[in-house]
Design a protein around this ligand. Structure first.
Ligand code: FCB
Length: 452
């Protein structure tokens, strides 16, 4: 095996999420989600973009699966829309919603593609938000029931499950920063939401195992490497605080370490936890630390930070380094360090990169070809980081490129194109970009060598 070859059995995939691609938001009994409401609220998304149609994947999924097969993907990560399955979040099951996903699972398996199902990629049924949303414990309990319903329907065939995608986004980005649905800006609510998101994961794990014997179950966290702007103690403290807020607050409880005490102290000092960790009930931390089979890690960029206005706070520092259309710094080395750190500091049986990719403002040339060489450079550099991590002993079992298709990039709307397949939203025509063919070669060879 050369140093550019991936281990035998390495899982090559692509990822999507329901609200970003499906469209058909009013069809076959689907209920309303917080993203329907949020995107239809003036000023919340770029240009007022919504997921009403998105990539029309709900009607075109067979064509999209043909693309996946052409890519040679061994696995496909997609999410189930909770409001398609339980339009009110709990109670009445919508069989048509389950059938939609059941057909997809069959079609994937027929093509030799292993489904990796994410149960929550941000489309909370509005009925649950109106009853309190993620700051309310009842949402975690409802999620466990929903997880059981989906596992019962698909668990005979789906053997890889991801409970929640990116709890930081579900809680902080959505309830503290307010950039994502439901768009609240309330620290106390966000901290409670973070706990209930993790609790939802922990409660769902046994439900999935109950209905999907032999399944592998995990959670996906998003990691942003925190790098101090200088070697000063103040900057290093700032990086530690950023890491605590963004990474450790979620990773430590999952790994049985509870909430990081430095972050709890900071939150208490800042008055963000007027009632302490009142939302943590006896037994919760054990539930959250339910043994899992893998950790899903999403990685895109790093944050260079310096000391903020108060101790325990940070502010970002902008370096003169290459950035993507999302204005995220390109920093593949951060992925290497992340993987080494996860392996050495946490006891993880297996890791998948469940998302990694890049947005550029791709457009077809006059000949119709989409020349996205910059995306190829990005993917190659990050896969090289993966490979070096594997060589260093990290149990990295697979990689899912984000994303199969250009899609609805949340608050950024449709300008950001992460796909290795270009989508013309006016015609819904799909055009594989140069990166698609490049990635296809890498997959076919299980090797990065010669992938120029
Ligand atoms: C991640 C999300 C995914 C997509 C990428 C760019 O945070 O999980 O849906 O938006 O970022």
């Amino acid at each position: 095996m050369s140093h550019t070859t991936f281990p035998a059995g390495f899982v090559w995939g692509a990822a999507t999420a329901a609200y970003q691609i499906e469209g058909a938001v009013c069809e076959d009994g689907r209920g309303e989600s917080i993203w329907d409401r949020f995107s239809h609220t003036s000023g919340k998304t770029k240009g007022g973009a919504t997921g009403d149609v998105a990539c029309d994947h709900y009607h075109r999924w067979r064509d999209d699966f043909a693309l996946l097969a052409d890519l040679g993907a061994g696995a496909y990560r997609f999410s189930v829309a909770w409001p398609r399955v339980l339009p009110d979040g709990r109670g009445q099951v919508n069989q048509a919603g389950l059938d939609f996903y059941s057909r997809q699972v069959d079609a994937l398996l027929e093509r030799g593609i292993t489904p990796y199902v994410t149960l929550y990629h941000w489309d909370l049924p509005v009925a649950l938000e109106d009853a309190g949303g993620w700051p309310s414990r009842a949402t975690a309990e409802a999620f466990a029931v929903y997880a059981g319903v989906v596992a019962q329907a698909l668990g005979d065939r789906v053997k890889h499950w991801i409970t929640i995608n990116e709890p930081w986004c579900v809680s902080m980005l959505s309830y503290q920063i307010g950039e994502h649905a439901p768009g609240r800006q309330d620290w106390a609510a966000a901290l409670a939401a973070s706990h209930h998101t993790l609790l939802a994961h922990g409660l769902a794990v046994p439900e999935i195992r109950r209905f999907s014997p032999g399944a592998q179950v995990g959670i996906t966290l998003n990691f942003t490497a925190a790098v101090p702007a200088s070697v000063s103690y103040a900057d290093r403290d700032a990086a530690r605080a950023f890491d605590g807020y963004f990474n450790r607050w979620f990773l430590d409880p999952i790994c049985g370490r509870g909430y990081p005490s430095d972050m709890v102290a900071t939150a208490v000092e800042a008055g963000l936890l007027p009632d302490g960790l009142r939302f943590v009930q006896p037994g919760d931390m054990q539930i959250i630390a339910a043994p899992t089979d893998f950790l899903g890690a999403n990685y895109y960029t790093r944050e260079v930070v310096t000391v903020g206005t108060r101790p325990g706070e940070w502010q970002p520092v902008r370096l003169d380094t290459p950035r993507t259309a999302m204005d995220w710094e390109i920093y593949p080395e951060g992925l290497y360090h992340l993987l080494l750190r996860l392996h050495s500091a946490y006891n993880l049986p297996k890791i998948y990169i469940t998302e990694n990719g890049v947005s550029y403002l791709d457009e077809p040339g006059d000949d119709g070809r989409v020349r996205d060489g910059s995306r190829i450079d990005y993917l190659r550099a990050h896969l090289d980081a993966c490979q070096r991590a594997i060589a260093a002993g990290v149990p990295l079992a697979g990689y899912f490129q984000w994303s199969l298709l250009d899609n609805f990039e949340w608050a950024h709307g449709y300008d950001q194109r992460f796909g290795c397949v270009y989508v013309d939203y006016a015609t819904q025509q799909r055009t594989p970009k140069d990166s698609f063919f490049w990635y296809r070669d890498v997959i076919a060879r299980n090797d990065l060598a010669g992938s120029s």
